[in-house]
Design a protein around this ligand. Structure first.
Ligand code: SF4
Ligand code: ZN
Length: 382
């Protein structure tokens, strides 16, 4: 049977049927509709005001490639300027090739590109070094937890470096639905209640960030890349198979097979979730080391780096742990190298009970003692 005529232009044969609406469109009309929907998301959500200097988190993967391309198309209408910011996590055999893809995109689209590296920002720590360190403590599965926190920080640093006023990332609807599922499975009410918003307005000293592809399905992102002939890097990170997100992705596929609207239903249900007043956490303060927003004494990034620098990475993850980190860094330990501009942590003063018979009090009398319960350690999106 011949393909139907495009539902939109009524001239060309349709090349696809939109996964959600079932509309039969030609490639050109599909791409125009996709761009119009992203434009609507940005305008309706007041995400990127005219004059904004936008740092686009670029990884070389399909999502950020499509995001950069669409925003480049829309930039004149939105009155914004784009700057690609890529993060080099230091993952041998993976990120180097992905960064090559970003470099060639920047050159082809004539967009400025800045690359920031974990190694430079975080006192010599690369993701490979973090993986070795966490594997040593039997927690290699936590790589993405570390990476997610550090990459968020690195992107913020890169955006500031280029004078950006806003940050955008390429998360699509499937990513958001996976995150909602993960937050449910972890019982993370705070993140669930925040999960539906299109981005943050820039609380504390953070730059506003948003996800213009939040309502675009993964299938349509891939279709857009196909019809616009976009080249992207599609290999999986070497640490991805260990990530909890993979289980959420499998579960989502099963749900979608039974109920095709499951992805968007999850995204929209997160928009409507609100915490009961009694369950609301106290308003966040600022990290005592870096000034970032934090619900405890240290923000997540500083808490994770603190654990790594002490050679005790397992203490920096795990919800609700109340363990004393009492060992000072050892000579020759890479933990002596730190990007922290503030002096090493002093004795703990949080007065949290270490156990029934032995209150934390001051974390002991050795320098470097910190009670982990002071840190912002809730699990993060992987
Ligand atoms: Fe980082 Fe995990 Fe993504 Fe790899 S899969 S880049 S370790 S968050
Ligand atoms: Zn901090």
């Amino acid at each position: 049977m011949p393909a139907p005529t495009c539902f939109s232009c009524h001239k060309t044969r349709a090349a696809l049927r939109r996964p959600r609406s079932g509309q039969a469109l030609c490639g050109s009309c599909f791409c125009a509709a996709f761009e119009a929907e992203v434009l609507h998301t940005v305008l309706a959500g007041h995400l990127l005001p005219p004059g904004a200097v936008v740092a686009v988190g670029a990884s070389g993967g399909k999502d950020s490639t499509v995001l950069a391309h669409v925003l480049r198309e829309l930039a004149p209408r939105l009155g914004i300027t784009l700057h690609l910011v890529a993060v080099d996590e230091g993952i041998g055999g993976y990120r180097d090739a992905a960064l090559e893809a970003v470099r060639s995109q920047a050159a082809r689209w004539e967009l400025p590109l800045t690359i920031v590296a974990y190694e430079d920002l975080f006192g010599g720590w690369t993701m490979d070094a973090v993986a070795r360190s966490t594997a040593g403590s039997g927690r290699s599965r936590s790589c993405c937890t570390f990476c997610g926190v550090l990459r968020r920080r690195a992107l913020e640093e890169g955006a500031r470096l280029v004078g950006a006023t806003h940050i955008v990332t390429g998360h699509n609807a499937d990513d958001m639905a996976e995150t909602v599922l993960m937050n449910f499975l972890r019982g993370d009410a705070g993140r669930l209640a925040r999960g539906g918003v299109l981005g943050s307005t820039g609380e504390g000293c953070a730059l506003p960030r948003c996800r213009p592809l939040q309502f675009a399905s993964q299938k349509e992102v891939v279709l857009y890349a196909h019809f616009r002939h976009l080249r992207y890097f599609s290999e999986e990170c070497v640490y991805a198979p260990e990530a909890f997100r993979g289980h959420a992705r499998d579960l989502l596929k099963l749900l979608e097979a039974a109920r095709p609207s499951a992805v968007l239903d999850l995204v929209h249900s997160a928009e409507r979730l609100a915490l009961a007043p009694a369950a609301k956490p106290p308003p966040p303060g600022t990290c005592s080391r870096c000034g970032a927003l934090a619900s405890h004494k240290l923000c997540q990034a500083c808490a994770l780096l603190d654990g790594l620098n002490r050679g005790l990475p397992r203490l920096a993850i795990g919800k609700g742990r109340r363990v004393l980190q009492v060992e000072p860094p050892q000579p020759g330990n890479p933990s002596l190298v730190t990007s922290d501009p503030v002096a090493p942590a002093g004795p703990c003063t949080c007065k949290q009970p270490k156990d029934k018979a032995n209150p934390c009090g001051n974390g002991g009398d050795r320098a470097g003692a910190t009670c982990v319960s002071q840190c912002d350690l809730s699990p993060v999106a992987e």
